[in-house]
Write a protein that binds this ligand. Structure first.
Ligand SMILES: Cc1ncc(COP(=O)(O)O)c(CN[C@H](C(=O)O)[C@H](C)O)c1O
Length: 334
């Protein structure tokens, strides 16, 4: 099966497995795991933030950030198709008891500053106020769009004008950095916190990173413990994460293969691929998405449904050029 469902399916390299087996470890709840500490320091440096924390999943990273930035009852401004709002089981309500005020970021999921000003609510005797703006880059559901740092800056500055903090869901931040040819730190510069995944295109088996100011991380660490995310000898899974961070430059290959896949699907019957900006190819389907996915699966190709008539195909490091060719042939025979 050529697994294009997601870049979450990436499997660790032999080098990562060896690094895990030989990792120096300690009790990370006491801050004594040297491998986790190294990963956190390296990530903070790469993202240009004061501190960073290793978390078991990107979802936990986002949910910790919302909880750390907000008070109960406040409103959180987020793009209506973003992961933190749409794909985390209502976590912002369940974990943080906040309410969502969604913004339509259009076909690329870009939140404009005027939408932040319009969506902002000042707290008073009647209204809870806006506690946080969440941005996403790349934007998964809008097609893995790589949003220019200037667009992130503008939205963040609008929030900061009202004293509202900004969290950047950068699950695929390094894909955006590679596509835009700018440092990840530049994209995350105006965000007060940023989450990025080691376990997707970078290939680590487990984990994500949450970065921000030292003061933010102090709060975030306690919330991670509250959520049961305090880990013990986590160097075992953090060691592959350190290697994953050095894979950032290979993401260009995934992007190249996504473009090749989309081009190959142009002539496939009943499929209309969007031009990919990174490793995600959204394809509009004449037939229902599930029907198309079933037919592709029968031909050895797995994808994800991202709408009634939209499927998502993700390239990643377990997908080579031959796999892309096979997927194109499978689609042509639909
Ligand atoms: C933008 C963004 N932020 C956060 C997460 C959550 O990361 P994990 O909790 O899966 O590690 C994801 C995972 N996305 C997964 C995928 O794309 O297959 C599914 C949809 O949850 C994400 O795409």
């Amino acid at each position: 099966m050529i697994d294009l469902r997601s870049d979450t399916v990436t499997r660790p390299s032999d080098e990562m497995r060896e690094a895990a087996a030989g990792a120096e470890v300690g009790d990370d709840v006491y801050g004594e795991d040297p491998t986790v500490n190294e990963l956190e320091a390296r990530t903070a440096e790469i993202l240009g933030k004061e501190a960073a924390m290793y978390v078991p999943s990107g979802t936990m990273g986002n949910q910790i950030a919302v909880r750390a930035h907000t008070e109960r009852g406040q409103e959180v401004l987020l793009e209506e198709e973003c992961h933190t709002y749409k794909w985390e089981l209502g976590g912002i309500a369940q974990h943080s008891q906040v309410q969502a005020r969604t913004i339509d970021g259009g076909d690329r999921g870009v939140v404009r500053p005027e939408q932040v000003h319009d969506g902002y609510v000042e707290g008073d005797d009647h209204r809870p106020g806006t506690g946080l703006l969440v941005l996403e880059n790349t934007h998964n559901a809008r097609g893995g769009t790589a949003i220019a740092p200037e667009r992130i800056d503008e939205a963040a500055r609008a929030a900061h004008e009202h004293g509202v903090s900004v969290h950047l869901d950068g699950a695929r931040l390094f894909n955006a950095a590679a596509a835009l040819d700018v440092p990840a730190a530049r994209i995350a510069r105006e965000a007060d916190s940023v989450m990025t995944c080691l376990s997707k295109g970078l290939g680590a088996p487990v984990g994500s990173m949450l970065a921000g100011s030292s003061e933010f991380l102090e709060r975030a660490r306690r919330i991670r413990k509250l959520m049961g995310g305090g880990m013990r000898q986590a160097g075992i899974v953090a060691a592959p994460g350190l290697l994953a961070l050095e894979n950032r430059d290979r993401l260009h290959e995934d992007h190249r293969r996504a473009r090749k896949l989309a081009a190959g699907l142009e002539d496939a019957p009943g499929l209309s691929p969007l031009e990919p900006e990174t490793n995600i190819v959204l394809v509009e389907t004449d037939d229902p998405a599930e029907t198309t996915l079933e037919r592709l699966r029968e031909r050895g190709v797995a994808g994800s449904a991202f709408g009634a008539h939209t499927i998502r195909l993700c390239t990643h490091w377990d997908i080579d050029d031959a796999d892309v060719e096979t997927a194109i042939e499978a689609a042509a025979s639909l």
